[in-house]
Design a protein around this ligand. Structure first.
Ligand SMILES: C[S@@+](CC[C@H](N)C(=O)[O-])C[C@H]1O[C@@H](n2cnc3c(N)ncnc32)[C@H](O)[C@@H]1O
Ligand code: SF4
Length: 488
Protein backbone atom coordinates (compact mmCIF):
# COMPACT_ATOMS: atom_id res chain seq x y z
CA UNK A 1 0.00 0.00 0.00
CA UNK A 2 1.69 3.26 -1.08
CA UNK A 3 2.06 6.00 1.53
CA UNK A 4 0.19 9.23 0.94
CA UNK A 5 1.49 11.52 -1.80
CA UNK A 6 0.45 14.61 0.14
CA UNK A 7 3.59 16.54 0.99
CA UNK A 8 3.82 18.63 4.15
CA UNK A 9 3.88 21.81 2.04
CA UNK A 10 0.80 20.83 0.11
CA UNK A 11 -1.07 19.95 3.31
CA UNK A 12 -0.15 23.22 5.00
CA UNK A 13 -1.00 25.31 1.94
CA UNK A 14 -4.34 23.53 1.67
CA UNK A 15 -5.14 24.12 5.33
CA UNK A 16 -4.06 27.78 5.15
CA UNK A 17 -6.31 28.42 2.19
CA UNK A 18 -9.30 26.38 3.40
CA UNK A 19 -9.63 27.15 7.12
CA UNK A 20 -11.55 30.33 6.28
CA UNK A 21 -13.49 29.01 3.29
CA UNK A 22 -17.11 27.89 3.30
CA UNK A 23 -17.09 24.11 3.67
CA UNK A 24 -19.02 21.93 1.30
CA UNK A 25 -20.38 18.40 1.46
CA UNK A 26 -21.04 18.63 5.17
CA UNK A 27 -23.44 15.75 5.49
CA UNK A 28 -20.94 13.12 4.56
CA UNK A 29 -22.08 9.56 4.58
CA UNK A 30 -19.80 8.24 1.94
CA UNK A 31 -16.96 8.71 -0.49
CA UNK A 32 -16.82 9.85 -3.20
CA UNK A 33 -19.53 12.45 -3.68
CA UNK A 34 -22.44 11.01 -5.72
CA UNK A 35 -21.52 13.33 -8.58
CA UNK A 36 -18.80 10.81 -9.45
CA UNK A 37 -21.12 7.83 -9.49
CA UNK A 38 -21.05 7.27 -13.23
CA UNK A 39 -21.74 3.54 -13.61
CA UNK A 40 -25.14 3.23 -15.22
CA UNK A 41 -25.15 -0.51 -15.05
CA UNK A 42 -24.79 -1.78 -11.50
CA UNK A 43 -24.49 -5.60 -11.39
CA UNK A 44 -27.16 -6.42 -8.82
CA UNK A 45 -26.94 -10.15 -9.50
CA UNK A 46 -23.19 -10.16 -8.82
CA UNK A 47 -23.74 -8.13 -5.63
CA UNK A 48 -26.36 -10.67 -4.54
CA UNK A 49 -23.90 -13.50 -5.17
CA UNK A 50 -21.21 -11.71 -3.18
CA UNK A 51 -23.62 -11.17 -0.28
CA UNK A 52 -24.38 -14.89 -0.26
CA UNK A 53 -20.71 -15.87 -0.47
CA UNK A 54 -19.74 -13.57 2.39
CA UNK A 55 -22.46 -15.11 4.52
CA UNK A 56 -21.18 -18.61 3.79
CA UNK A 57 -17.74 -17.61 5.04
CA UNK A 58 -18.56 -15.21 7.89
CA UNK A 59 -22.05 -16.31 8.95
CA UNK A 60 -25.01 -13.99 9.49
CA UNK A 61 -24.19 -10.50 8.42
CA UNK A 62 -25.43 -7.16 9.78
CA UNK A 63 -27.52 -4.94 7.51
CA UNK A 64 -28.78 -1.41 8.01
CA UNK A 65 -32.02 -0.44 6.25
CA UNK A 66 -32.93 2.96 4.84
CA UNK A 67 -36.32 3.68 3.29
CA UNK A 68 -37.00 7.02 1.60
CA UNK A 69 -40.14 8.99 0.79
CA UNK A 70 -40.12 11.45 -2.11
CA UNK A 71 -42.80 13.81 -0.89
CA UNK A 72 -42.73 17.06 1.07
CA UNK A 73 -45.31 19.74 1.72
CA UNK A 74 -45.01 22.69 -0.62
CA UNK A 75 -43.31 25.72 0.92
CA UNK A 76 -42.72 29.28 -0.20
CA UNK A 77 -39.78 29.58 -0.90
CA UNK A 78 -39.62 26.12 -2.43
CA UNK A 79 -37.88 23.19 -0.73
CA UNK A 80 -37.75 25.01 2.60
CA UNK A 81 -35.37 27.54 1.06
CA UNK A 82 -32.26 25.45 1.66
CA UNK A 83 -32.84 21.76 0.98
CA UNK A 84 -30.51 19.99 -1.45
CA UNK A 85 -32.17 16.59 -1.29
CA UNK A 86 -34.25 15.31 -4.21
CA UNK A 87 -37.91 15.70 -3.26
CA UNK A 88 -41.33 15.94 -4.91
CA UNK A 89 -44.32 18.03 -3.94
CA UNK A 90 -46.86 16.13 -1.81
CA UNK A 91 -49.78 15.11 -4.02
CA UNK A 92 -52.12 13.73 -1.36
CA UNK A 93 -52.47 10.47 0.44
CA UNK A 94 -53.51 8.27 -2.44
CA UNK A 95 -50.25 9.07 -4.28
CA UNK A 96 -48.23 8.51 -1.12
CA UNK A 97 -49.76 5.09 -0.45
CA UNK A 98 -49.43 4.16 -4.09
CA UNK A 99 -45.72 5.03 -3.79
CA UNK A 100 -45.34 2.93 -0.67
CA UNK A 101 -46.77 -0.05 -2.56
CA UNK A 102 -43.78 0.27 -4.91
CA UNK A 103 -41.38 0.21 -1.97
CA UNK A 104 -42.96 -3.05 -0.81
CA UNK A 105 -42.47 -4.50 -4.28
CA UNK A 106 -38.87 -3.35 -4.41
CA UNK A 107 -38.25 -4.95 -0.99
CA UNK A 108 -39.45 -8.28 -2.42
CA UNK A 109 -36.70 -8.11 -5.05
CA UNK A 110 -34.11 -8.22 -2.26
CA UNK A 111 -35.74 -11.02 -0.26
CA UNK A 112 -33.30 -13.73 -1.29
CA UNK A 113 -30.27 -11.45 -0.88
CA UNK A 114 -31.36 -10.56 2.67
CA UNK A 115 -31.70 -14.15 3.88
CA UNK A 116 -29.58 -14.89 6.96
CA UNK A 117 -28.91 -11.29 7.80
CA UNK A 118 -29.52 -9.40 11.03
CA UNK A 119 -31.10 -5.97 10.91
CA UNK A 120 -28.96 -3.71 13.09
CA UNK A 121 -30.85 -0.46 12.51
CA UNK A 122 -33.31 1.27 10.21
CA UNK A 123 -33.98 4.84 9.19
CA UNK A 124 -37.28 5.81 7.61
CA UNK A 125 -36.36 9.17 6.12
CA UNK A 126 -36.96 11.39 3.18
CA UNK A 127 -38.52 13.64 2.13
CA UNK A 128 -41.08 13.67 4.89
CA UNK A 129 -41.80 10.25 6.35
CA UNK A 130 -44.40 11.44 8.84
CA UNK A 131 -46.71 12.38 5.97
CA UNK A 132 -47.92 8.77 6.16
CA UNK A 133 -51.24 8.13 7.88
CA UNK A 134 -51.22 6.04 11.05
CA UNK A 135 -51.84 2.55 9.56
CA UNK A 136 -48.88 2.82 7.18
CA UNK A 137 -46.32 2.75 10.04
CA UNK A 138 -47.55 -0.76 10.83
CA UNK A 139 -47.23 -1.70 7.16
CA UNK A 140 -43.65 -0.40 7.12
CA UNK A 141 -42.65 -2.41 10.17
CA UNK A 142 -44.52 -5.54 8.99
CA UNK A 143 -42.55 -5.37 5.76
CA UNK A 144 -39.31 -4.75 7.68
CA UNK A 145 -39.90 -7.77 9.93
CA UNK A 146 -40.83 -9.93 6.99
CA UNK A 147 -37.63 -8.99 5.12
CA UNK A 148 -35.53 -9.22 8.30
CA UNK A 149 -36.98 -11.87 10.63
CA UNK A 150 -34.02 -11.21 12.92
CA UNK A 151 -33.73 -7.69 14.31
CA UNK A 152 -30.92 -6.95 16.78
CA UNK A 153 -32.19 -6.18 20.25
CA UNK A 154 -30.41 -2.83 20.31
CA UNK A 155 -31.50 -1.86 16.79
CA UNK A 156 -32.51 1.76 16.45
CA UNK A 157 -35.61 2.07 14.27
CA UNK A 158 -35.99 5.76 13.55
CA UNK A 159 -38.72 7.62 11.74
CA UNK A 160 -37.88 11.11 10.55
CA UNK A 161 -40.46 13.87 10.29
CA UNK A 162 -41.37 17.51 10.77
CA UNK A 163 -43.04 18.72 13.99
CA UNK A 164 -46.24 20.11 12.48
CA UNK A 165 -47.18 16.75 10.94
CA UNK A 166 -46.99 14.59 14.05
CA UNK A 167 -50.31 13.80 15.69
CA UNK A 168 -50.99 11.76 18.80
CA UNK A 169 -52.59 9.07 16.61
CA UNK A 170 -49.53 8.86 14.33
CA UNK A 171 -47.16 8.83 17.28
CA UNK A 172 -49.08 5.93 18.87
CA UNK A 173 -48.94 4.04 15.59
CA UNK A 174 -45.20 4.71 15.24
CA UNK A 175 -44.62 3.31 18.74
CA UNK A 176 -47.15 0.50 18.31
CA UNK A 177 -45.53 -0.61 15.06
CA UNK A 178 -42.25 -1.29 16.89
CA UNK A 179 -40.29 1.76 15.77
CA UNK A 180 -38.43 3.17 18.75
CA UNK A 181 -37.11 6.62 17.84
CA UNK A 182 -38.19 9.75 16.03
CA UNK A 183 -35.92 12.36 14.50
CA UNK A 184 -37.54 15.76 14.12
CA UNK A 185 -36.34 18.32 11.60
CA UNK A 186 -36.81 21.51 13.63
CA UNK A 187 -33.88 23.57 12.24
CA UNK A 188 -34.76 26.71 14.23
CA UNK A 189 -37.00 27.00 17.29
CA UNK A 190 -37.00 30.76 16.79
CA UNK A 191 -40.22 31.28 14.83
CA UNK A 192 -39.02 34.41 12.99
CA UNK A 193 -35.92 32.67 11.68
CA UNK A 194 -37.78 29.48 10.89
CA UNK A 195 -40.36 31.41 8.85
CA UNK A 196 -37.56 32.20 6.33
CA UNK A 197 -37.88 28.55 5.28
CA UNK A 198 -41.61 28.90 4.63
CA UNK A 199 -42.30 26.07 7.08
CA UNK A 200 -45.45 26.54 9.10
CA UNK A 201 -43.92 25.28 12.31
CA UNK A 202 -44.54 26.75 15.74
CA UNK A 203 -42.79 26.18 19.04
CA UNK A 204 -46.00 24.50 20.23
CA UNK A 205 -45.73 21.88 17.49
CA UNK A 206 -42.21 21.03 18.62
CA UNK A 207 -42.94 20.76 22.33
CA UNK A 208 -46.18 18.87 21.78
CA UNK A 209 -44.46 16.26 19.59
CA UNK A 210 -41.69 15.86 22.15
CA UNK A 211 -44.24 15.38 24.93
CA UNK A 212 -46.10 12.69 22.99
CA UNK A 213 -42.83 10.92 22.25
CA UNK A 214 -41.87 10.95 25.92
CA UNK A 215 -45.28 9.71 27.09
CA UNK A 216 -45.09 6.83 24.64
CA UNK A 217 -41.48 5.89 25.40
CA UNK A 218 -40.03 6.89 22.03
CA UNK A 219 -36.51 8.31 21.90
CA UNK A 220 -36.52 11.72 20.25
CA UNK A 221 -33.81 13.55 18.38
CA UNK A 222 -34.07 17.17 17.30
CA UNK A 223 -32.22 18.36 14.17
CA UNK A 224 -31.12 21.98 14.19
CA UNK A 225 -29.16 23.88 11.55
CA UNK A 226 -26.59 26.56 12.32
CA UNK A 227 -25.29 29.06 9.79
CA UNK A 228 -28.90 30.06 8.98
CA UNK A 229 -29.66 33.47 7.41
CA UNK A 230 -29.75 36.23 10.04
CA UNK A 231 -28.72 33.81 12.78
CA UNK A 232 -26.61 35.13 15.66
CA UNK A 233 -24.91 33.44 18.59
CA UNK A 234 -27.74 34.77 20.77
CA UNK A 235 -30.56 33.19 18.74
CA UNK A 236 -28.60 29.93 18.55
CA UNK A 237 -28.08 29.82 22.31
CA UNK A 238 -31.72 30.69 22.98
CA UNK A 239 -32.77 27.69 20.86
CA UNK A 240 -30.35 25.38 22.65
CA UNK A 241 -31.44 26.66 26.06
CA UNK A 242 -35.02 25.88 25.12
CA UNK A 243 -34.16 22.32 24.07
CA UNK A 244 -32.13 21.74 27.22
CA UNK A 245 -34.98 23.09 29.37
CA UNK A 246 -37.32 20.62 27.64
CA UNK A 247 -34.94 17.74 28.51
CA UNK A 248 -34.14 16.84 24.91
CA UNK A 249 -31.37 14.28 25.25
CA UNK A 250 -30.43 13.93 21.60
CA UNK A 251 -29.57 17.01 19.50
CA UNK A 252 -28.11 17.01 15.98
CA UNK A 253 -26.67 20.35 15.01
CA UNK A 254 -25.82 20.53 11.29
CA UNK A 255 -23.96 23.35 9.62
CA UNK A 256 -26.03 24.73 6.73
CA UNK A 257 -24.95 23.30 3.42
CA UNK A 258 -25.50 26.09 0.90
CA UNK A 259 -25.87 25.39 -2.77
CA UNK A 260 -28.04 24.60 -5.76
CA UNK A 261 -30.91 26.78 -6.94
CA UNK A 262 -32.20 27.30 -3.39
CA UNK A 263 -33.62 30.54 -2.01
CA UNK A 264 -30.89 30.76 0.63
CA UNK A 265 -28.13 30.40 -2.00
CA UNK A 266 -29.72 32.69 -4.57
CA UNK A 267 -31.49 35.35 -2.52
CA UNK A 268 -30.22 35.24 1.04
CA UNK A 269 -26.54 34.54 0.52
CA UNK A 270 -25.69 38.00 1.87
CA UNK A 271 -27.64 37.23 5.07
CA UNK A 272 -25.68 34.06 5.81
CA UNK A 273 -23.04 34.15 8.53
CA UNK A 274 -19.50 33.95 7.11
CA UNK A 275 -17.50 30.74 7.54
CA UNK A 276 -15.66 32.18 10.51
CA UNK A 277 -18.96 33.35 12.00
CA UNK A 278 -20.18 29.77 11.49
CA UNK A 279 -17.16 28.59 13.42
CA UNK A 280 -18.17 30.95 16.25
CA UNK A 281 -21.70 29.54 16.15
CA UNK A 282 -20.33 26.01 16.22
CA UNK A 283 -18.07 26.75 19.20
CA UNK A 284 -20.85 28.50 21.11
CA UNK A 285 -23.26 25.59 20.54
CA UNK A 286 -20.69 22.91 21.36
CA UNK A 287 -19.49 24.62 24.53
CA UNK A 288 -23.03 25.27 25.70
CA UNK A 289 -24.01 21.63 25.24
CA UNK A 290 -20.83 20.25 26.82
CA UNK A 291 -21.36 22.60 29.79
CA UNK A 292 -24.87 21.19 30.16
CA UNK A 293 -23.72 17.60 30.41
CA UNK A 294 -24.01 16.54 26.76
CA UNK A 295 -21.34 14.41 25.11
CA UNK A 296 -20.24 14.98 21.55
CA UNK A 297 -20.82 11.70 19.72
CA UNK A 298 -20.06 12.96 16.26
CA UNK A 299 -19.25 16.12 14.40
CA UNK A 300 -22.92 17.12 14.71
CA UNK A 301 -24.59 14.89 17.28
CA UNK A 302 -24.70 15.68 21.00
CA UNK A 303 -26.30 13.39 23.58
CA UNK A 304 -26.94 13.77 27.27
CA UNK A 305 -26.46 10.54 29.22
CA UNK A 306 -29.39 9.22 31.25
CA UNK A 307 -32.07 9.07 28.55
CA UNK A 308 -34.33 6.21 29.72
CA UNK A 309 -35.28 5.39 26.11
CA UNK A 310 -31.86 5.62 24.41
CA UNK A 311 -29.94 2.77 22.87
CA UNK A 312 -26.26 2.76 22.08
CA UNK A 313 -26.74 4.08 18.58
CA UNK A 314 -24.74 6.65 16.68
CA UNK A 315 -26.33 8.10 13.63
CA UNK A 316 -24.58 8.46 10.31
CA UNK A 317 -21.25 6.82 10.86
CA UNK A 318 -19.59 3.52 11.41
CA UNK A 319 -16.76 2.29 13.57
CA UNK A 320 -16.53 -0.92 11.56
CA UNK A 321 -13.95 -0.94 8.82
CA UNK A 322 -14.40 -4.46 7.47
CA UNK A 323 -18.00 -4.58 6.38
CA UNK A 324 -20.65 -2.23 5.14
CA UNK A 325 -24.12 -3.21 4.09
CA UNK A 326 -26.89 -0.63 3.97
CA UNK A 327 -29.92 -1.50 1.92
CA UNK A 328 -31.64 1.59 0.53
CA UNK A 329 -35.23 1.18 -0.63
CA UNK A 330 -37.40 3.73 -2.39
CA UNK A 331 -36.98 6.87 -4.41
CA UNK A 332 -33.39 8.23 -4.36
CA UNK A 333 -32.39 5.74 -1.67
CA UNK A 334 -28.69 4.90 -1.41
CA UNK A 335 -27.26 1.42 -0.91
CA UNK A 336 -23.72 0.72 0.30
CA UNK A 337 -22.30 -2.72 -0.02
CA UNK A 338 -18.74 -3.85 0.47
CA UNK A 339 -16.11 -5.82 2.23
CA UNK A 340 -12.32 -5.69 1.80
CA UNK A 341 -12.15 -9.49 1.44
CA UNK A 342 -14.05 -9.25 -1.86
CA UNK A 343 -12.03 -9.12 -5.09
CA UNK A 344 -11.14 -5.52 -6.11
CA UNK A 345 -14.02 -3.63 -7.68
CA UNK A 346 -16.78 -5.63 -6.00
CA UNK A 347 -17.72 -3.02 -3.36
CA UNK A 348 -20.41 -0.57 -4.37
CA UNK A 349 -22.36 2.58 -3.56
CA UNK A 350 -25.44 3.13 -5.67
CA UNK A 351 -28.52 5.34 -5.74
CA UNK A 352 -32.08 4.58 -6.81
CA UNK A 353 -33.80 6.71 -9.43
CA UNK A 354 -34.28 10.34 -8.49
CA UNK A 355 -37.13 10.54 -10.98
CA UNK A 356 -40.31 9.10 -9.51
CA UNK A 357 -41.72 7.92 -12.89
CA UNK A 358 -38.45 6.12 -13.61
CA UNK A 359 -38.37 4.55 -10.16
CA UNK A 360 -41.89 3.24 -10.65
CA UNK A 361 -41.32 2.14 -14.25
CA UNK A 362 -38.34 0.02 -13.20
CA UNK A 363 -40.32 -1.71 -10.44
CA UNK A 364 -43.25 -2.23 -12.84
CA UNK A 365 -40.85 -3.93 -15.24
CA UNK A 366 -39.40 -6.16 -12.53
CA UNK A 367 -36.03 -4.37 -12.64
CA UNK A 368 -34.06 -3.07 -9.65
CA UNK A 369 -34.81 0.68 -9.73
CA UNK A 370 -31.15 1.70 -9.60
CA UNK A 371 -30.10 4.90 -11.36
CA UNK A 372 -26.31 4.84 -11.08
CA UNK A 373 -23.47 3.69 -8.90
CA UNK A 374 -19.82 3.79 -8.01
CA UNK A 375 -17.51 0.79 -8.02
CA UNK A 376 -14.99 1.22 -5.21
CA UNK A 377 -11.34 0.37 -5.70
CA UNK A 378 -9.65 -1.02 -2.56
CA UNK A 379 -8.16 2.46 -1.94
CA UNK A 380 -11.58 4.07 -2.25
CA UNK A 381 -12.81 1.68 0.38
CA UNK A 382 -10.04 2.80 2.75
CA UNK A 383 -11.11 6.40 2.27
CA UNK A 384 -14.81 5.71 2.61
CA UNK A 385 -14.54 3.90 5.94
CA UNK A 386 -12.01 6.44 7.18
CA UNK A 387 -14.35 9.37 6.47
CA UNK A 388 -17.31 7.60 8.00
CA UNK A 389 -15.26 7.08 11.10
CA UNK A 390 -13.99 10.67 11.13
CA UNK A 391 -17.62 11.80 11.43
CA UNK A 392 -17.48 10.24 14.90
CA UNK A 393 -14.48 12.56 15.55
CA UNK A 394 -12.12 9.65 16.18
CA UNK A 395 -10.47 6.84 14.28
CA UNK A 396 -9.48 3.63 16.01
CA UNK A 397 -6.01 2.88 14.63
CA UNK A 398 -5.94 -0.61 16.11
CA UNK A 399 -9.26 -1.65 14.55
CA UNK A 400 -8.35 -0.02 11.25
CA UNK A 401 -5.12 -1.99 11.12
CA UNK A 402 -6.84 -5.21 12.15
CA UNK A 403 -9.45 -4.85 9.38
CA UNK A 404 -7.35 -3.38 6.59
CA UNK A 405 -3.74 -4.22 7.39
CA UNK A 406 -2.47 -0.63 7.35
CA UNK A 407 -1.80 2.04 9.90
CA UNK A 408 -4.09 4.95 9.11
CA UNK A 409 -1.67 7.31 10.84
CA UNK A 410 1.26 6.30 8.62
CA UNK A 411 -0.87 6.37 5.50
CA UNK A 412 -1.79 10.04 5.98
CA UNK A 413 0.94 11.10 8.40
CA UNK A 414 1.50 14.56 6.89
CA UNK A 415 -2.17 15.44 7.34
CA UNK A 416 -2.47 14.20 10.94
CA UNK A 417 0.82 15.86 11.92
CA UNK A 418 -0.22 19.20 10.43
CA UNK A 419 -3.61 18.98 12.18
CA UNK A 420 -1.94 18.09 15.48
CA UNK A 421 0.43 21.07 15.15
CA UNK A 422 -2.58 23.35 14.72
CA UNK A 423 -4.39 21.86 17.72
CA UNK A 424 -7.05 20.22 15.54
CA UNK A 425 -6.10 16.57 16.17
CA UNK A 426 -4.53 14.42 18.81
CA UNK A 427 -2.55 11.32 17.91
CA UNK A 428 -1.97 8.40 20.27
CA UNK A 429 -0.76 4.87 19.45
CA UNK A 430 -4.41 3.72 19.52
CA UNK A 431 -6.42 6.67 18.24
CA UNK A 432 -6.53 9.70 16.02
CA UNK A 433 -8.97 12.18 17.53
CA UNK A 434 -10.28 15.46 16.19
CA UNK A 435 -10.03 17.97 19.01
CA UNK A 436 -10.69 21.69 19.41
CA UNK A 437 -12.19 22.96 16.15
CA UNK A 438 -11.14 19.75 14.39
CA UNK A 439 -14.66 18.31 14.38
CA UNK A 440 -16.02 21.46 12.72
CA UNK A 441 -13.46 21.02 9.97
CA UNK A 442 -14.08 17.27 9.46
CA UNK A 443 -15.57 17.77 5.94
CA UNK A 444 -12.60 19.91 4.88
CA UNK A 445 -10.14 17.41 6.37
CA UNK A 446 -11.80 14.58 4.43
CA UNK A 447 -11.65 16.64 1.24
CA UNK A 448 -7.93 17.23 1.81
CA UNK A 449 -7.20 13.54 2.35
CA UNK A 450 -9.22 12.72 -0.78
CA UNK A 451 -7.61 15.52 -2.83
CA UNK A 452 -5.44 13.22 -4.94
CA UNK A 453 -8.24 10.72 -5.64
CA UNK A 454 -10.70 13.51 -6.46
CA UNK A 455 -8.22 14.84 -9.02
CA UNK A 456 -8.20 11.43 -10.72
CA UNK A 457 -11.97 11.19 -10.55
CA UNK A 458 -12.36 14.63 -12.11
CA UNK A 459 -10.09 13.58 -14.95
CA UNK A 460 -11.97 10.31 -15.43
CA UNK A 461 -15.30 12.16 -15.45
CA UNK A 462 -14.04 14.72 -17.98
CA UNK A 463 -12.67 11.93 -20.21
CA UNK A 464 -15.91 10.04 -19.92
CA UNK A 465 -17.89 13.13 -20.94
CA UNK A 466 -15.54 13.95 -23.84
CA UNK A 467 -15.85 10.41 -25.16
CA UNK A 468 -19.61 10.43 -24.89
CA UNK A 469 -19.72 13.76 -26.77
CA UNK A 470 -17.92 12.43 -29.82
CA UNK A 471 -14.64 13.09 -31.66
CA UNK A 472 -14.75 16.91 -31.62
CA UNK A 473 -15.01 16.95 -27.86
CA UNK A 474 -12.42 14.19 -27.51
CA UNK A 475 -10.00 16.45 -29.39
CA UNK A 476 -9.87 18.80 -26.42
CA UNK A 477 -13.00 20.83 -25.72
CA UNK A 478 -12.88 22.11 -22.13
CA UNK A 479 -15.73 20.97 -19.93
CA UNK A 480 -16.89 22.35 -16.61
CA UNK A 481 -15.54 19.97 -13.98
CA UNK A 482 -16.86 19.83 -10.46
CA UNK A 483 -14.58 21.00 -7.65
CA UNK A 484 -13.09 18.87 -4.91
CA UNK A 485 -15.63 17.80 -2.34
CA UNK A 486 -18.44 19.82 -3.90
CA UNK A 487 -21.79 19.23 -2.31
CA UNK A 488 -23.10 15.96 -3.55
C1 LIG B 1 -33.31 15.49 4.45
S1 LIG B 1 -33.95 16.31 5.84
C2 LIG B 1 -35.44 15.42 5.96
C3 LIG B 1 -36.21 15.67 7.21
C4 LIG B 1 -37.44 16.48 7.15
N1 LIG B 1 -38.09 16.49 5.90
C5 LIG B 1 -37.09 17.87 7.54
O1 LIG B 1 -37.07 18.74 6.72
O2 LIG B 1 -36.85 18.09 8.71
C6 LIG B 1 -32.99 15.68 7.21
C7 LIG B 1 -32.18 16.72 7.91
O3 LIG B 1 -31.14 17.15 7.08
C8 LIG B 1 -30.76 18.46 7.46
N2 LIG B 1 -30.60 19.25 6.24
C9 LIG B 1 -31.36 19.26 5.13
N3 LIG B 1 -30.88 20.13 4.24
C10 LIG B 1 -29.78 20.68 4.79
C11 LIG B 1 -28.82 21.64 4.37
N4 LIG B 1 -28.91 22.24 3.18
N5 LIG B 1 -27.81 21.95 5.22
C12 LIG B 1 -27.70 21.38 6.42
N6 LIG B 1 -28.57 20.46 6.86
C13 LIG B 1 -29.59 20.12 6.07
C14 LIG B 1 -31.88 19.04 8.32
O4 LIG B 1 -31.43 19.25 9.63
C15 LIG B 1 -32.94 17.97 8.25
O5 LIG B 1 -33.62 17.87 9.46
S1 SF4 C 1 -35.94 20.13 4.33
FE1 SF4 C 1 -37.23 18.38 4.72
S2 SF4 C 1 -39.32 19.12 4.35
FE2 SF4 C 1 -37.97 20.62 3.45
S3 SF4 C 1 -37.80 20.01 1.30
FE3 SF4 C 1 -36.06 19.07 2.39
S4 SF4 C 1 -36.75 17.06 2.96
FE4 SF4 C 1 -38.56 18.26 2.44
Amino acid sequence: MPATVLSTDLVNNYLDSHLGERQVNKIQHGFPSPRYWNELSVPLEEIGEDRRRLREVHGKSPVFLYIGVPYCIKTDPGKCGYCLFPVEEFQGNAALENYYGYVEREAEMYREQMEDTVLVGAYFGGGTSNLYKAPVYHRIMDMTRSLFPEIAEEADLTLEGIPQLFTREKMEAIRGSGMNRISMGVQQINERLNSLSGRKQTTKHVIQSLEWARELGLSANVDLIFGWPQQTVDTLLEDLETLVSWDVYDITHYELNVGGPTDFALNRYHELPSTLANLELYRAGRDFLLDHGYRQLSTYNFRRPGDPTARDFREGYTTRFDHLDTLGLGYAAITFFGNPTLPPGRSWSFINHRSLPQYKAAVDNGRFPVERGFRHTPDDWLLMVLFRSLISTEVDRVQYRAALGIDVYEKFATVWDALAERGLAQITPEWIRLVGDGAFYAPMISALIAEERYRELREETARHRRESRGPAAAAGVTLPVPGVGSAG
